[in-house]
Design a binder for this molecule. Structure first.
Ligand code: SAM
Length: 202
């Protein structure tokens, strides 16, 4: 069964509108490498749907009032399609490039995504600006060890989790202040992909 069968007609329409906006803006702002709807859907958006499924099934994430920080959001992946499905809590998309941040603000406005915000900041500065979160998400942002380093102070107070979208079943090595709590695996176009969910050792 396709992961797209798990979402409502309204969510499918919002995702189609998001793809339309990506394709429209992509001619002027370098957002994504893929140039057609099918590839964007298969290779970029599917991950977000599996991510929503992962959150739905995981006991750790049952609280409705979670705060999410999505590091290096780019064109809004995995954040925007995830947010179309998972509407609870607050969601911060962190993106340092101005044009991409403007695109993200435009998408949030057009799709009327509530409690979803863009931070045009360096991820490394968030702690200094007193941001913190329950869940830090990263897809194609930086090597996982760097993501964990940036995320650690942001999660410390809330005993949260870091979820990294990966192409390998598990990380090679892990710093002593982290443990790998869960690995969720799924397939896209017959290739395996993974969510690594890390818990800080506090
Ligand atoms: C390779 S793209 C991935 C985008 C998206 N997560 C995806 O999976 O398609 C990485 C994004 O992170 C942004 N970025 C890189 N370093 C950053 C930093 N230190 N703080 C905030 N954003 C950063 C880049 O501008 C870029 O849009």
């Amino acid at each position: 069964m396709s992961i797209f069968n798990l979402i409502s007609l309204e969510q499918k329409q919002q995702i189609e509108y998001f793809i339309e906006l990506i394709l429209k803006w992509n001619s002027k702002v370098n957002l994504v490498g893929f140039k057609n709807r099918e590839d964007i859907l298969n290779y970029l958006i599917s991950d977000s749907l599996f991510l929503a499924d992962f959150f739905k099934k995981s006991l750790v994430f049952k609280s409705k009032k979670l705060t999410f920080i999505d590091l290096g959001a780019g064109a809004g992946l995995p954040g925007i399609p995830f947010r179309i499905i998972h509407k609870a809590g607050d969601y911060y998309l962190v993106e340092i490039r101005k044009k991409r941040a403007i695109f993200l603000k435009n998408v949030i406005f057009k799709l009327q995504l509530s409690n979803t915000y863009v931070l045009e900041e360096l991820a490394q500065n968030l702690f200094e600006y007193h941001y913190s979160a329950d869940i830090i998400i990263a897809r194609a942002f930086k090597p996982y060890l760097q993501v964990l380093k940036i995320a650690y102070p942001l999660l410390k107070k809330r005993k949260g989790r870091v979820v990294i979208l990966a192409n390998k079943p598990k990380p090679k090595k892990l710093p002593s202040n982290w443990q790998l709590e869960t690995v969720y695996s799924y397939q896209i176009e017959e290739k395996s992909r993974y969510f690594w969910s890390f818990k800080p050792n506090i």
